[in-house]
Design a protein around this ligand. Structure first.
Ligand code: HEM
Length: 412
């Protein structure tokens, strides 16, 4: 009986993760074939919308969902409310995301139908998580972060649905304000708050750290959420002084989170951090630098949409996607090892957790991700189409190798 139960329990997160890896490689390939639009700084373009949603919904959201199905029961000591409902939610979400992303690329006026299906899948996921979290024993800074992230997720999809409605039927005058709010709620609200929340659990766990105060978790949360609300307000009120102020609060919130993580790491027992974990924590420094840049760019009232588009690109890749890529290399081996070997330990010879991944290979993959991103940035600065294509090709091939090395863990 327990065998059947644990099989079901692992099938759900693994299904999400495998689909997400396919979407990841697809999104990189779409960016590659549209390198000319990127070179021109044109992000509001159907093919780029398609690539962006394969990346953000198909990859990042699917990973977040798979990880939450696995981590929420561990972190909050409560079982998932309903596993079968989870599988229905999985299929609805996958079909919805594929349909939405493809339609955004080839016929945006039909994207609303994929959008409705995606929103239903996401609402089912939210319902499942709220039902699960309702059974938690205590309220912590982490539960605040996760709940606020889920709320931002709902606002993101509401705004997204309005945008697709406007493509199909028109009638909404504030399309740009809705789009900016959609992006801010999605990337800074949903993803950032979720990564904050899970980092408070994962960083001590992976570095074997005890006794850190985590005293900045609450002020960081309030500062970041307040900054986010101010930022959204600035999109609707068009008051130029609000934006630098909002970035200041976002920067302070992010900085407090980074200081907490630094304190956790200084109190760690495991002196040598492994490469995937190193990569995930390095993403925090990237995130902080990008917040500093955004603050100064808004302070000097630089409104060039190309600069802001590239900043959002870097925010998404170097903070959100790099965090996910780093943690995934830790979560999947842990998940698979626990499923396959935890019960056999002591009875027969089983591989160690460390033997589940090829650390050396992961190190090369992570270095190449940085080289590719750096190359992409330099190529656009000097407006070189050839080198941009070259570095995007490196990013795509490296993404494929990354996906294959995660899949390889499941054969151990
Ligand atoms: C966490 C989920 C999501 C995130 C992080 C996200 C993020 C983004 C980003 C960054 C863009 C700008 C892309 C670009 O300019 O190339 C965008 C545009 C857009 N998104 Fe989303 N999105 C999410 C979910 C959705 C959903 C569920 C829908 C539909 C129901 C949607 C509909 C749209 C549309 C129609 C646009 C293009 C609007 C325009 O440029 O005029 N998004 N989204």
């Amino acid at each position: 009986m327990s065998g059947i139960k644990s099989d079901t329990a692992i099938k759900l997160p693994i299904s999400f993760i495998l689909c997400a890896l396919v979407a990841f490689v697809t999104s990189l390939f779409i960016l590659l074939v549209n390198s000319q639009e990127l070179l021109a700084g044109q992000f509001r373009f159907p093919e780029i919308w398609m690539g962006a949603h394969f990346l953000l919904l198909g990859f990042a959201v699917m990973i977040a969902m798979g990880a939450m199905y696995q981590l929420v029961p561990v972190a909050f000591l409560t079982p998932i409310w309903n596993q079968s409902f989870g599988f229905v939610q999985f299929y609805v979400t996958v079909v919805g995301i594929i349909f939405l992303s493809i339609m955004l690329g080839i016929n945006p006026s039909l994207a609303i139908y994929g959008g409705i299906l995606t929103v239903i899948g996401i609402l089912m996921f939210t319902f499942q998580m709220l039902k699960t979290l309702a059974k938690r024993k205590e309220n912590t800074a982490m539960s605040h972060l996760v709940l606020a992230a889920i709320l931002c997720f709902l606002l993101t999809i509401l705004a997204g649905l309005s945008l697709t409605w406007n493509f199909a039927f028109g009638g909404m005058a504030n399309h740009s304000s809705i789009l900016y709010s959609h992006i801010a709620f999605g990337v800074a609200g949903w993803f950032t708050l979720l990564i904050f929340g899970f980092s408070y659990k994962l960083v001590p766990m992976f570095s074997l750290s005890h006794g850190a105060s985590m005293k900045r978790a609450k002020p960081s949360f309030y500062m970041y959420v307040f900054g986010l609300l101010l930022l959204i307000l600035s999109f609707w009120l068009n008051q130029s002084f609000i934006q630098p102020l909002s970035w200041l609060f976002l920067l302070i919130g992010f900085g407090l989170f980074a200081l907490d993580i630094k304190e956790i790491l200084t109190k760690r027992l495991r002196r040598k951090l492994d490469k995937p974990f190193h990569f995930a924590t390095l993403a925090i420094i990237n995130g902080w630098v990008i917040h500093v840049a955004a603050f100064f760019i808004s302070l000097f009232h630089i409104d060039d949409p190309v600069i802001w588009s590239w900043l959002i690109f870097l925010y998404i890749f170097c903070w959100i996607i790099f965090s996910i890529l780093g943690y995934l290399f830790k979560i999947v081996p842990f998940l698979w090892w626990t499923h396959k070997y935890a019960e056999r330990i002591g009875k027969e010879s089983v591989p160690t957790l460390k033997e589940m991944i090829n650390e050396k290979v992961s190190g090369y993959l992570f270095i190449v991700f940085y080289v590719a991103l750096f190359g992409i940035l330099i190529s656009t600065s000097i407006q070189s189409g050839v080198t941009l294509f070259f570095f995007l090709a490196i990013l795509t091939v490296n993404g494929l190798l990354y996906a294959l090395s995660i899949v390889a863990v499941l054969f151990k």
